[in-house]
Every structure is written in structure tokens, then in C-alpha cells.
Design a protein around this ligand. Structure first.
Ligand code: FAD
Length: 550
């Protein structure tokens, strides 16, 4: 039996989940998930390989590894609107290690992820005042940093396989198999070492429930206000976060009876005793968690409370998803690969199945939301330019700004956020001048200047009900699309005390987001398109000249 047969999504198609192009804008259906592989040698690629390694040597980039940002620094200055201005960051290699300060000439951009970014903001006095006080941090801005945590929780159903089936269990337990598969891999990049659980599908509620999905949507609608009231009370949510949650719940309810995938189904090969697994991951959790620091020591991990299944719909949906996994296991051709359901067992249903899900549910490592892009009066932490409310020059650019979970994996989405952020940031510092093409293929400078946008936050996003032409979901997402394709760069002037030099731009860590910013700069610098990037003048303004909408 060939291992590759496991990655055949035609069982999904037989249950109504026809193949779709996952990049088409809808994920409702089944497909083979694209992977970030280097096609020339079939090795795993990453943001560093994709965005940094291809750049020529440059003197305006310093990458420091093995350093942890401990807080953002301030020197007491404000912009014209009273927003506080960050002066840089502090970082050190370990608790008790030498501490350094990097001074920012323009901006501080956090891209430390859904856990790291709220932690740094909170350590810097930007967060919920009560939580900061109990951690011993003086409050600078009372913002709901760390609320609205959402994750894709997942549980797996296992099936025994016919003799001769090869799974990851065989691979991990047999040196001989590892060696022979490695020989194949080295010869032509094939074999078990290349397998990834990439056969996936995103069923909607109708796929899970059939015609009763409309009834379920109606039931949730009837209970919506009560569910919201209970969640707000249970989690003691601040008023602004509660308002945002109310709007999010309306969107989630509206999605129930649509094409929006409610769960992700994944076929995988890692199970006990040569089992294969069919995994279900909740895509639009109703439960909300929190990430709060408990200490003013940056090397003390923050308290992460995902509060999975604290809202009952999550367990309802996952119960139905597990039963859908059962149907996939019985559908042709998967049925040729599955002898019997071994976990939780074919007779496990109802409350017992709920218990199995609660006990065996684990993260898919897709946390989002702790620095949400939302209106401030709805629990937002960043505005549509990714600027932290109440600050003039701190941005967050990572998965933490996504306010509502998606039926999708988070890596590609995070690259998307980063690419848009790069445009937003570039637009602030550079303007685009159209360059007219000449007949011999050379370019000449035209007179039009299209870079007229100002980088002002999208005002319409502060009123969910106001824009009749745009769905509420679209308005939540609109901020990420506000960038208009102009070059710029943040350019911090940094002078680590141990290095007797200065750098126009420094990142103290490597991550998806910063990598995207660099790629944008490189692409635009090398661009031969009919436009060119021109630094806005003056490039450096005094604090009194700073535009309020920076
Ligand atoms: C095990 C695992 C498997 C995954 N599989 C997939 C997958 O198959 N497909 C998919 O789409 N997504 C997957 N994801 C999710 C995906 O990796 C994340 O959504 C994505 O990396 C988020 O990007 P980010 O830039 O927000 O944060 P990250 O990529 O987490 O980057 C944050 C970086 O900041 C650093 N950092 C944090 N705090 C500090 C500090 N104080 N000082 C200095 N540096 C700091 C961290 O070390 C990290 O390098 C997976 C995640 C995990 C953990």
C-alpha cells in the first residue's frame, strides 16, 4: 500500500467537498495545501530564505540573534496629538545578561507574534491597567492588549490500517526504513521523508449538519445576546472588548449558514500502532482567551489562557466535525486504508465524544488576536495603519493583529499582513512618481504624483454599522488593505553600546514580518516598472513638525 494514497482527497469529494483552488478566495472544499518548499531541492523554505537570503549585502541592516526585547523605551516626548513617542527598545541575551538599548530614529515595529508582541507592550506599560498593576508595571496607556486570543483547537480520530501500510510510525520506529527512504530522498527527492499532511478540506456547517444547519444558525441567533452576556461576565471583559465581541459574534453567527468553512479536516499519518489520523480543527472559535504578563521580568513567561471550549458552540461544532471525520474514514478510497476506528472508537458519541474532544484537543499553533486591529472603542490595540493607539510611532506587524479567526492556515495570512504593512510603511516615507515609458523602452519622469495618500487611519472602520456597501467582516479586514504601494522604510538609528557604530536600520530579531519589509524594499529598489519611489521631504521631521497621522 503506498503512503501517498493517504493524501488523496477524493474521499472528501465524495462527501460534497469538491476540489477548490485554496488561493481562490474561498477555502470551502478540499485541496492539497501548498507548502513552503524550495522546489529546486525540495527542502523546507522559510521567511529568511524567501525574503532575506536573496538580498545583496547591505549596510543598513543588522540582525541580532539570541537577544530578547525586554521593553520599549520612551524619553517623554509626545506628538502633536499627545500620542507618546517611543525612543527605542531595550534588549538582552538572557536574564542577568548585559542589557542594551537601541534608539529608534523613526519607528519601533514589533513583530514578535501573538504571544511576544502583547508581552512586550505590556512590559512597556501599554496594556490593561489592572493586569499591569498586578505585574508591577506602571501604566502608560490603558489598552486591552492581550484580550481576544483565538486559536484553532484540534482533535484527531484514529483508524487502524491494513498490513503493509506505511505510516510515520513505521518511519520513526525503523532505522532501516529511515535509511532506505533517505536513499530515495537523496536520489530524487521522493519517498516518505517528503510527506506532509497536506490533504485538507474546510467543510461548512451544511456539510457537517445537512439541512439542519439553518436551524442551528437560527438557534445561535436566538441565543446570541445571552451567549455574549455570559461570555462577557465569565471573562470579566472590559466594556470596549465586550462591544467588539458583540460585533464579532454577529459576524460568526451570520457565517454559520454560508459557505464559510467551520472546521478544517486534515489527513495525517502519525498515530499509535500504525494508525492513521483524521483530524478536525475548529476554524471560528467562539471562545476567547487572554495573554497577560504576571511579572515585570521579561524572562518570566506570560500567562496564556486560551479558554478553549468556554463557549458551548465550539464543542457542538467539533462534535459534528468528529462525526464528519468518521464519514471520511468510511468513504471510498479512505475506507481501503482504514480497518476500524481505534480512537475514540465507533461507539463513542454524544457527551462521551465531547469528553474525548475536550481531553484530547490540542492547539494547531494558530493563535491570533491579542493586538487586534479594531476600532479603539471595540477593544482595538492597533489602528488600520497598525499603529498602537495612543502612540505615535509603535506598530505591530504580525499575526496578533488579526481580529477574527479565519478558515485558513495562519502563515500565508501573516505573510499577507506583512506585505500590506510594508506598503503602508513605505507610503509614509516615500511617494510614487509616475514614470512615462518611452518608445525605446527607456523611462522618463512624468509629472503625475500618485502618492498622495497620507497614511491616515481608515475612519470608516470605527463604525461597523455605517458603511452599507461593505460587510462588517470586510470592514474589519479593510485596514490591512489600506497600503497603496509606495516605498519607504522605517529606518531606526541604532547604536548598541557594545558596537562603536550606528546603523540606519536595525531589527533585533528575524521574523516573517520584518523579512517582508526588506523584500519590499529590495523589490522596489530594483523595480523597472513605470513608477519610482521618491523619499518624502523632509525625511526627518522635528517632533513639532510630525504629522499627527503618523
Ligand atoms: C509547530 C508549529 C507549526 C505550524 N505549522 C503551520 C503550518 O503548517 N501552516 C501555517 O500556515 N502555519 C503554521 N504555523 C503557524 C505559523 O507559524 C504562525 O502563524 C506564524 O509564524 C506567525 O507569524 P508571526 O510573525 O506572527 O510570529 P512568529 O513567526 O512566531 O515570529 C515571532 C518571532 O518573535 C520572536 N520573539 C518573541 N518575543 C520576542 C522578544 N521579546 N524579543 C525578541 N524576539 C522575540 C520569536 O522568537 C519569533 O521568532 C505553525 C506554528 C507552529 C508553532
Amino acid at each position: 500500500m503506498m503512503i501517498g494514497a493517504m493524501a488523496d482527497d477524493s474521499s472528501m469529494a465524495s462527501l460534497g467537498l469538491a476540489a477548490v483552488d485554496g488561493a481562490s478566495g474561498t477555502t470551502h472544499g478540499s485541496y492539497f495545501c501548498p507548502l513552503t518548499l524550495n522546489p529546486s531541492n525540495m527542502t523546507r523554505s522559510d521567511s529568511k530564505a524567501g525574503y532575506i537570503d536573496g538580498l545583496p549585502p547591505r549596510d543598513n541592516l543588522v540582525i541580532l540573534t539570541g537577544q530578547q526585547v525586554t521593553q520599549i523605551t520612551f524619553n517623554g516626548t509626545n506628538d502633536a496629538d499627545g500620542n507618546i513617542i517611543a525612543s527605542g527598545i531595550s534588549f538582552q541575551p538572557s536574564a542577568g545578561g548585559t542589557a542594551y538599548t537601541a534608539n529608534a530614529r523613526k519607528e519601533v515595529i514589533l513583530s514578535s507574534g501573538t504571544v511576544g508582541s502583547p508581552q512586550i507592550l505590556q512590559l512597556s506599560g501599554i496594556g490593561p491597567a489592572a493586569q499591569l498593576a498586578s505585574a508591577g508595571v506602571d501604566s502608560r496607556i490603558d489598552l486591552p492588549v492581550g484580550y481576544n486570543l483565538q486559536d484553532h483547537i484540534t482533535a484527531t480520530m484514529y483508524f487502524s490500517t491494513p498490513p503493509g501500510t506505511l505510516t510515520w510510525n513505521n518511519l520513526s520506529s525503523s532505522q532501516a526504513l529511515q535509511d532506505s527512504e533517505m536513499t530515495k530522498y537523496l536520489a530524487d527527492r521522493t519517498g516518505m521523508w517528503t510527506f506532509v499532511n497536506q490533504a485538507i478540506a474546510f467543510p461548512n456547517m451544511a456539510d457537517l449538519l445537512g439541512e439542519s444547519s439553518a436551524n442551528y444558525a437560527g438557534l445561535v441567533l436566538d441565543q446570541l445576546n445571552a451567549t455574549w452576556t455570559e461570555t462577557v461576565a465569565n471573562k470579566d471583559l472590559p466594556a470596549n472588548v465586550a462591544r467588539g465581541l458583540s460585533e464579532q459574534y454577529k459576524i460568526q453567527q451570520a457565517h454559520i449558514d454560508t459557505d464559510v468553512g467551520q472546521v478544517e479536516m486534515l489527513l495525517h499519518l502519525l498515530g499509535p500502532n500504525n494508525n492513521v489520523g483524521i483530524q478536525a480543527a475548529l476554524q471560528h472559535p467562539w471562545s476567547r482567551g487572554t495573554i497577560f504578563i504576571t511579572s515585570n521580568n521579561a524572562f518570566t513567561n506570560p500567562n496564556i489562557n486560551p479558554d478553549y471550549f468556554s463557549v458551548g458552540y465550539d464543542i457542538d461544532i467539533m462534535n459534528n466535525a468528529m462525526r464528519f471525520a468518521r464519514r471520511i474514514g468510511q468513504a471510498n478510497p479512505m475506507s481501503e486504508l482504514t480497518i476500524a476506528e481505534t480512537q475514540p472508537g465507533a461507539t463513542v458519541t454524544g457527551d462521551a465524544l465531547d469528553d474525548y474532544i475536550r481531553t484530547n484537543g490540542v492547539t494547531t499553533y494558530h493563535p491570533i488576536g491579542t493586538c487586534s486591529m479594531l476600532p479603539r472603542d471595540m477593544g482595538g490595540v492597533v489602528d488600520t495603519r497598525l499603529i498602537v493607539y495612543g502612540t505615535g510611532n509603535i506598530r505591530v506587524v504580525d499575526s496578533s493583529i488579526i481580529p477574527l479567526h479565519m478558515s485558513a492556515h495562519t502563515m500565508g495570512t501573516t505573510y499577507g499582513v506583512a506585505e500590506k504593512a510594508a506598503e503602508i510603511i513605505k507610503r509614509k516615507y516615500y511617494e510614487v512618481q509616475e514614470v512615462a515609458s518611452t518608445s525605446d523602452g527607456e523611462s522618463a519622469t512624468g509629472s503625475a504624483t500618485s502618492g498622495t495618500t497620507t497614511g491616515t487611519a481608515v475612519a470608516g472602520a470605527s463604525n461597523f454599522g455605517a458603511n452599507a456597501g461593505m460587510s462588517t467582516a470586510a470592514k474589519i479586514g479593510v485596514g490591512a488593505g489600506v497600503g497603496a504601494g509606495v516605498l519607504a522604510l522605517l529606518a531606526a538609528l541604532v547604536s548598541p553600546p557594545s558596537l562603536n557604530t550606528t546603523f540606519p536600520m536595525t531589527f533585533v530579531r528575524v521574523t516573517l514580518m520584518t523579512d517582508c519589509l526588506l523584500l519590499h524594499q529590495a523589490k522596489e529598489e530594483g523595480s523597472t516598472q513605470n513608477r519610482r519611489m521618491v523619499p518624502r521631504r523632509p525625511r526627518i521631521r522635528s517632533s513639532t513638525q510630525r504629522r499627527s497621522n503618523w
